[in-house]
Ligand binder design. Sequence first.
Ligand code: ADP
Ligand code: ADP
Length: 230
Amino acid sequence: EIIMEARDVVHQYPDGTRALNNITLSLEKGKKIAFLGPNGAGKSTLFLHFNGILKPARGKIIFRGREIRYDHSSLTELRKNVGIVFQDPEIQLFSASVYQEISFGPLNMGLSREEVRRRVDRAMEITGVTGLKNKATHYLSYGQKKRVSIADILAMNPQVIIFDEPTSGLDPKLTGQIMELFDGFSREGKTVILSTHDVNAAYSWADHVIVIKDGSVAGEGEPEDIFQDD
Ligand code: ADP
Ligand code: ADP
């Protein structure tokens, strides 16, 4: 079952940079998918199309068989289903305390106080930040911020979770813990998408690898197929 598709997607930034050049791809529901490619290849730009933050200049994005629409209510609905954890947690975290930060999304979804509390508690537990609940996000370490930014998205309970370079800047131990966390999401049936430069991480973790270069798909397949001629 295909959950997300891009068809002939072209994206050009206002300054003229053509970040995506006719990207066509299909992502299968429930899989672990790694986007591999050098800096500037277009991975982040593509991810921002998957939840409608960016709109393609040409082509279309299709979620669960329907072309994304860009009106306010369609986008709100889409973002309940497709969550992005940004590379830099600083740009994602804006609330005073960890608890407030993680509850912001679920509160905005109009859930009851009780359901919000249940989701936030679970997200904090899974990401290991329960002990930081009342701390100011501003004073957290980088790794703690990273965990809170993951809990943020988790509390929304999206079907598709996208991580932009989730382990960049983290030590190997935390990297291992975060990759395990992602395996847990996958076991719950969520589609987990991440970008990385780390060929080994992509190889050992992913069900499917897509290599992006210069705004195009340079190759894709199961890890064994992609790397066999290395
Ligand atoms: P560079 O070394 O300049 O990054 P490469 O062509 O070696 O250029 O690799 C570009 C990206 O593609 C890297 O992320 C690399 O790990 C990945 N890659 C590795 N093996 C393959 C392969 N067999 N086919 C396509 N891409 C690959
Ligand atoms: P990646 O995530 O693979 O590192 P990006 O999607 O961030 O790649 O970038 C793709 C290309 O678009 C790069 O050439 C980058 O410099 C450019 N780019 C990214 N964001 C912007 C922006 N806001 N304005 C102009 N160009 C941008």
